[in-house]
Structures are given as structure tokens and as C-alpha cells.
Design a protein around this ligand. Structure first.
Ligand SMILES: Nc1ncnc2c1ncn2[C@@H]1O[C@H](COP(=O)(O)OP(=O)(O)OP(=O)(O)O)[C@@H](O)[C@H]1O
Length: 303
């Protein structure tokens, strides 16, 4: 993997994140052990892995909050220690507290000034569903509202890369769906997102690519189709004669009335042929293993 990585010159097309051979040890415990990956511009990358896998440590090394023992990182085509790259990165830490005596609007103004932006995004409180709480003190916010504010802080300076460490852990289902829409809107605008989340369904819905960390190493990585394998079709059928069974092609699994086959090029043509051969078709659905199943298989195989 390392050989395929090239930081290249600083251009708008340099990867948003380039990490090569990151290592970190805390006393005798190896937290991160040779992690390399990239996040492209406008790409949403999910970082997955069990507790203690090293995800937060990787994020902190990328952002210059933890000094790596070895390895290199570039953000937006510049070394991560370069203030010009950091100014274009929005970060929502896993654990954070804002000054409880400030209002939400004041927190945003403060962070826009800290980021040195002349053009803060004034609509960002609306984007995270806090438009009507701008004048309220943060000390009175619920956990979920604080997390929404944290997201607004990460976005206020119009970043080119957003790093979100468990952004929805305190959010209700509607809040999670809002964040999902927000991430997809960011991607539309070409903003890159690095998302660390234990909510696998969420990662599966929004991420273009996934890196799975385990015991400080990359256990697997790839696009969802790469990780989840060939797609299949599940059909509930009865009255399947020999000719219909032959028409189904390669059957990968059979459980009573349920048949799982490799996804055919033309599903309607298959169904029409099956009906023509006297088959009763009760259900047709996509069959692909979930990211959760894949993750568990990878992690259990790694024990
Ligand atoms: N400041 C620190 N001092 C000592 N050990 C640390 C420190 N930070 C992290 N570690 C250790 O490094 C390993 C990786 O921790 P890290 O927080 O990166 O994991 P994680 O994948 O983010 O976990 P989680 O999903 O639980 O948040 C763990 O064994 C942890 O105990």
C-alpha cells in the first residue's frame, strides 16, 4: 500500500489526507502500528474498528495533537504541521466542552476568529438544527445539542477537510439523519470527510470508502463494493422446475423457498422468464452481506 501512496505537489487535487506508516507507542503499549491511508477530495472515508483499535490516536496524529513515533502525514497537500493546511480543516473531537457562559453564536464567532477566517459560514447553526438557539448559553444545552454545536464549530470556517470523531454518539435518530444529509451535502461541495464512528449503518450509508483498524493496524480497507463482495439477489420462489432452476444460474445459497443467486445483468428479464416457466415469485430483494457482518468476520479472523 505504501508504494501506491504519493503526496505529490500542493494542488487542489492533492489528497485531503495522506498518511504513511504512522506509528505510536504509549509506554509498552503499541497504539498505532504502521497505518497508511488517503482520503481523496470530496470523499467520505469511514474509520471503523473496535475500542482501543487506535482510531482516535490516528486522528490526533493527523491533526498534530499527538506526535507520531514514525510516519508522515499531509493534509490538503501540505505537511500537517503547516498552519495553512490546519486552517482549512474542521475538527469535531470525541470529547469536548465549550465555555458554558458563552452563547452558541459567541462560540461560533470565537472559533471563526481562532480559525482566522474572514468569511465564516453564518448559516451553519441552521444546518445543524440550532438556528433558534443561537442566543442561548451553551451551559444549558443538552448533550445532543452540544454535539450539534461541535459540528457547527467544525464547519464554521468553510473547511476543505472535516474530521469527525464520533459525531453522532449523542444524537437522536433524526439528528443522525440530519448529520447524514449534512455529510452528503459536504461531499457534493467537494469537501472531504474523515468519519470515525461505531455506528456501522451510518458509515455504510454515507462513506465512499472504509478503513478498518484493529490492534493499531489496517485490517482491511476499500470501497463498500470491494469490502462487501459481489452483489447477490435473493428470491422467494415456489414451483421451481428443472428448467427454472437452470435459468436461475449460479445459486450461492438455498434455504427452503429462498434462493440466493449472483446478481444477474437483467433482473426483470429473469423474473419474466421464471414466471413464463411456471414459477411463483413471492419476493425479490437485493442480497449483500452487511458491513456489520463483514466487519465482524474480519475482526474475529484477526483474533
Ligand atoms: N494518552 C494515552 N496514554 C496512554 N495510552 C493511550 C493514550 N491514548 C490512547 N492510548 C491507548 O492507545 C490505544 C488506542 O486508543 P485510541 O483511543 O486511539 O482507540 P480508539 O480506536 O479510538 O478507541 P475507542 O473506539 O474506544 O474510542 C488504547 O490501547 C489506549 O489505551
Amino acid at each position: 500500500m505504501t508504494a501506491a501512496l504519493t503526496a505529490g505537489p500542493v494542488t487542489a487535487t492533492s489528497p485531503a489526507v495522506w498518511a504513511d506508516g504512522l506509528r505510536k507507542r504509549y509506554r509498552r503499549r503499541v497504539a498505532v502500528d504502521g497505518v497508511s491511508f488517503t482520503v481523496g477530495r470530496g470523499e467520505v472515508l469511514g474509520l471503523l474498528g473496535p475500542n482501543g483499535a487506535g482510531k482516535t490516536t490516528v486522528i490526533k496524529m493527523l491533526l498534530g495533537l499527538v506526535h507520531p513515533d514514525a510516519g508522515e502525514t499531509m493534509l490538503l497537500g501540505r505537511p500537517s504541521r503547516d498552519p495553512r493546511s490546519r486552517a482549512a480543516v474542521g475538527y469535531l473531537p470525541e470529547l469536548f466542552r465549550y465555555q458554558p457562559w458563552l452563547t452558541a453564536a459567541e462560540v461560533l464567532t470565537l472559533h471563526a476568529r481562532l480559525a482566522g477566517t474572514r468569511d465564516p459560514d453564518r448559516d451553519v447553526l441552521g444546518a445543524v438544527g440550532l438556528a433558534d438557539r443561537a442566543g442561548d448559553r451553551v451551559g444549558g444545552f443538552s448533550k445532543g445539542m452540544q454535539q450539534r454545536l461541535g459540528l457547527a464549530v467544525a464547519l464554521v470556517a468553510r473547511p476543505e477537510l472535516v474530521v469527525l470523531d464520533e459525531p453522532t454518539s449523542a444524537l437522536d435518530p433524526i439528528g443522525r439523519a440530519d448529520v447524514r444529509d449534512l455529510l452528503l451535502a459536504l461531499r457534493e461541495r467537494g469537501v472531504a470527510v474523515l468519519l470515525n464512528s461505531h455506528l456501522i449503518g451510518e458509515v455504510e450509508r454515507v462513506c465512499d470508502r472504509v478503513v478498518i483498524l484493529d490492534k493499531g493496524r489496517v485490517a482491511a480497507s476499500g470501497t463498500l463494493p470491494e469490502l462487501l463482495g459481489a452483489r447477490e439477489l435473493r428470491l422467494r420462489l415456489d414451483a421451481v422446475g428443472d428448467a427454472a432452476a437452470a435459468r436461475l444460474g449460479h445459486v450461492t445459497a438455498r434455504d427452503g423457498d429462498w434462493w440466493t443467486i449472483a446478481l444477474p445483468d437483467d433482473v426483470p428479464a429473469l423474473i419474466s422468464d421464471l414466471v413464463g416457466l411456471g414459477v411463483r415469485v413471492h419476493a425479490v430483494e437485493p442480497g449483500r452481506i452487511s458491513l456489520e457482518d463483514r466487519l465482524l468476520t474480519i475482526l474475529r479472523g484477526n483474533r
